[in-house]
Write a protein that binds this ligand. Structure first.
Ligand SMILES: Cc1cc2nc3c(=O)[nH]c(=O)nc-3n(C[C@H](O)[C@H](O)[C@H](O)COP(=O)(O)OP(=O)(O)OC[C@H]3O[C@@H](n4cnc5c(N)ncnc54)[C@H](O)[C@@H]3O)c2cc1C
Length: 426
């Protein structure tokens, strides 16, 4: 079993950027070579800016190369909760933003000829009980009435047309959700950026940001210093001590994945006949999909711990059991890959993008960043180069996590609460 992400193991790297010298000067420095940073870099370079992307590891090393590869519709908090918090019109506008984000990915792929198995196979949300199915019917009605948007609710009796499992009580299909190979997408964005003139510096940890007298910033890295006019922080769940204001607002939660051996076509057709991107409604969600080469990718917040080789292996055991509970006929299927990564939760589970003390940032994707990170990267870059841009999350209060100044000591407590709620709902 490999402990590397399947996506990075099966993608051709865009190049070796570990030796690229850190330039003495650039218009824009971007910290983080994930979807946010890479799509921002591409957009800024296409608009004439000189851009350097700095990553402490390699392209796609963070959550962007470690996720489920699901570019799906819908807010992290769900539409019902968003309406209660923000009112119907704003909530619908926020919901629509996720669809725009998927369209943006599709456009980026086409415009830059990125071969990454993008497919609009649809999203399947799965309910644990009849009450959750009723909630899906209400969501369906609101979407139809307020946004003229069509989703389909599938009752228990028909659920086998969508999933080969008796574990769930019903589901909801949104046909606009998409899946892709995120390793190929990350490297495709990096390649397009490089062709547009972006300098990518891997193995270049940013160690300090300092304001320059007269404007601009000095960015200190483990491989040299660069003077820039503007900085974008695109570090999601890996946000650290260089930006303490952002770290206080980011809850890094470990999420873990196992990927099986390649499966026979008839097994794939039984698991998810329509190859949708599936996720259930538990607090400790299971999410799963078929990979382009017919493996089952099965993920979840198996443990409330951070990712490490030891933690990833323990999580693999838990996830294999979970996979066998949902799909009993896979109990003797071999696991070829396991890994973990950090999800960047915000207190309100909403995206936060803006400026703090002259430094730009976009993070808080709360587990829904495959589409949103690439989209917001582009939007933030447009605003940085002085072009019209969209930011549906502007002016949302960005609250700090009380008592959070370093490693997230509070995760086991959140995990315990979530497990109790799931037991209650099952
Ligand atoms: C296991 C898992 C499953 C997920 N599944 C899904 C899914 O199916 N669908 C979905 O929509 N979202 C999913 N997500 C979330 C999604 O992957 C992220 O929201 C998104 O990739 C964030 O992209 P990013 O570019 O903002 O950050 P990242 O891709 O995390 O990149 C941040 C980068 O910053 C670098 N960095 C940090 N500090 C420094 C520093 N000081 N100096 C230099 N570099 C630094 C890191 O090395 C890292 O490469 C998942 C996340 C995980 C972990």
């Amino acid at each position: 079993m490999k402990l590397t992400p399947y996506w990075l193991d099966t993608a051709t790297p865009s190049g070796d950027h570990r030796q690229n010298p850190v330039p003495e000067r650039a218009d824009i420095a971007i910290v983080g070579a994930g979807f946010t940073g890479l799509s921002a870099a591409l957009e800024a370079a296409k608009n004439g800016a000189s851009v350097v992307v700095l990553d402490q590891h390699t392209v796609g090393w963070g959550a962007s190369g470690r996720n489920g590869g699901m570019a799906t519709t819908g807010l992290a908090i769900g539409l019902g909760k968003a309406i209660k918090r923000y009112g119907r019109d704003r909530a619908i506008e926020m919901f629509a933003e996720y669809n725009r984000a998927i369209d943006t990915i599709e456009d980026l792929i086409k415009e830059n000829s990125i071969d990454c198995d993008f497919e609009r196979s649809g999203k399947l949300s799965l309910a644990m009980n009849a009450k959750q199915v009723d909630g899906m019917r209400k969501t369906q009605q609101i979407l139809a009435d307020a946004a003229d948007y069509s989703v389909r609710v599938v009752g228990k009796e028909d659920l086998h047309t969508e999933i080969g499992s008796d574990f769930y009580a019903g589901g909801m299909v949104d046909p606009l959700g998409a899946g892709m190979h995120v390793g190929k997408f990350a490297h495709g964005l990096a390649g397009a950026g490089t062709r547009a003139g972006v300098t990518i510096c891997e193995d270049a940890a940013v160690t300090e940001l300092a304001d320059r007298a007269g404007g601009g910033h000095t960015v200190h890295t483990s491989r040299g210093t660069t003077q820039v006019d503007q900085v974008l922080i695109a570090t999601s769940g890996y946000t650290g001590s260089v930006t303490p204001w952002l770290r206080r607002r980011t809850i890094p939660v470990g999420s873990f994945i196992v990927v099986t051996e390649p499966l026979p076509q008839e097994t794939v057709d039984r698991i998810l006949p329509n190859r949708r991107m599936a996720a259930d409604s538990k607090m400790l969600t299971y999410y799963f999909r078929i990979t382009p080469d017919n493996r089952l990718l099965f993920g979840g917040r198996a443990r409330f711990a951070l990712s490490s080789p030891d933690s990833d292996l323990k999580s693999a055991e838990i996830l294999k059991d979970a996979m066998s509970t949902v799909f009993p006929y896979l109990s003797s299927t071999r696991i070829d890959y396991t890994w973990g990564g950090l999800v960047d939760l915000s207190m309100d589970r909403m995206v936060h993008a803006g400026q703090h003390k002259g430094i730009h940032y976009s993070l808080g994707y709360s587990g829904h960043g495959v589409q949103m990170a690439a989209y917001m990267g582009k939007q933030i870059a447009l605003s940085m180069v002085g072009k019209p841009s969209r930011n549906a999350w502007e002016n949302l209060p960005y609250r700090a996590v009380p008592g959070h100044f370093g490693p997230p000591w509070f995760l086991p407590f959140i995990g315990g609460g979530a497990k109790i709620i799931d037991r209650f709902n099952s």
